[in-house]
Design a protein around this ligand. Structure first.
Ligand code: SF4
Length: 268
C-alpha cells in the first residue's frame, strides 16, 4: 500500500503518551490544542477532534495556529517539525517559545519549565524527501544561475527556507512558477514528480529540481497508473482491493477535526 514516511513518524500510542506526559506538567485539555497535518492516519485526526484540536495543510498552517491560540495558550503540532517551525518563524514567534517534542524521550526531552514557557510544541518528525535539500544546493544553483529564484516547500529545513526567495505550499509553488515571466529561472525544492510536471507544463521557463541528487518519494510513487488501473479493473469486476476501514468513532472525531480546519480556511 502507499503511505507517507512523515505521517508514520507519529503513532497514536506516542501521541497518547505525549498527551499523558503533558498532563503531568499542565492542565493539558485547557492549555494545549493538538494540530495534525492532513498527511496523517485517521486515528491521529480523531485524536485532535476529540481533544479540541484541528487538522492543517501547508496552505493553512498559519490560520490554524492563530485559531488554536485564540482558544488555548499552546499548540502541539505534529508530525512535521519543519512545517510548524517555518510557519512560526514567518509569524515572528520568538525562538524561546518554540520547543521540539521528541517522542522517544521523557517529556519530549524538555524540562517542565521549558514546556510551561513554550507556545508551540513541534513533534520531532520530518519528511525524508524534503530533508534532502541542503543550503549547499541553494548556493550551488545560485552560483550556476545568478538570475535564479529559489522556491521551496515549508517541509524543508529552516536553513534552506531562510536562503530561499520564496516558501509556500504546493499550491503556492504551482501558482507562482506558472505566473512567472517567460524565460525566468527557478530552483524548486519539493517532491520530484511535481517539479517534473511543472517543467513539462512550463516549457518557456528554466525549472530545476533543487538538488543535484534525485530524491523521489518512494511512498508517493506507489500511486501510479498501473496500480490505479488494477484497482479500478477490480472494482469494475466487483472486487474491492486494499480496502481501508475506519472505525465509526474514529470517523466521527476525525471529521470534526477536518471540519474545524475547513471552517478556518473558508473566508467568512
Ligand atoms: S513527499 Fe512523501 S514522505 Fe514527504 S510528506 Fe509527501 S508523501 Fe510524505
Amino acid at each position: 500500500a502507499a503511505g507517507c514516511s512523515m505521517a508514520d513518524m507519529a503513532q497514536i500510542e506516542q501521541v497518547d503518551e505525549a498527551w499523558a506526559q503533558l498532563s503531568q506538567i499542565l492542565p493539558v485539555e485547557e492549555a494545549v490544542t493538538p494540530a495534525v497535518y492532513v498527511n496523517s492516519a485517521a486515528d491521529l485526526k480523531a485524536f485532535c477532534g476529540e481533544h479540541g484540536g484541528i487538522t492543517c495543510t501547508s496552505s493553512n498552517a498559519r490560520r490554524v495556529i492563530e485559531w488554536a491560540w485564540a482558544r488555548r495558550e499552546k499548540i502541539l503540532f505534529f508530525p512535521d517539525e519543519h512545517l510548524g517551525r517555518n510557519t512560526a518563524n514567518k509569524m515572528g514567534i520568538p525562538r524561546e517559545e518554540i520547543l521540539v517534542w521528541d517522542p522517544f524521550l521523557p517529556d519530549g526531552g524538555n524540562t517542565p519549565e521549558a514546556v510551561k514557557k513554550a507556545r508551540i510544541l513541534l513533534w520531532k518528525g520530518h519528511c525524508s524527501v524534503h530533508q534532502m535539500f541542503q543550503p549547499a544546493h541553494v548556493r550551488y544553483f545560485r552560483e550556476k544561475h545568478p538570475r535564479i529564484k529559489i522556491i521551496v516547500h515549508p517541509e524543508c529545513h529552516e536553513d534552506v527556507v531562510n536562503l530561499s526567495d520564496l516558501c509556500g505550499s504546493t499550491e503556492f509553488i504551482i501558482r507562482t512558477v506558472s505566473a512567472a515571466e517567460p524565460g525566468s529561472i527557478w530552483g524548486v525544492g519539493t517532491e520530484l514528480n511535481l517539479v517534473n510536471r511543472l517543467k513539462r507544463r512550463q516549457p518557456d521557463k528554466q525549472i530545476y529540481f533543487l538538488s543535484p541528487t534525485v530524491c523521489q518519494c518512494a511512498t508517493m510513487f506507489r500511486i501510479d497508473a498501473p496500480h490505479l488501473c488494477w484497482a479500478m479493473e477490480n472494482l469494475a469486476e466487483g472486487h474491492v482491493v486494499n480496502q481501508i476501514s475506519v472505525p465509526d468513532d474514529e470517523k466521527y472525531w476525525a471529521r470534526i477535526a477536518l471540519q474545524r480546519m475547513l471552517d478556518v480556511s473558508t473566508p467568512a
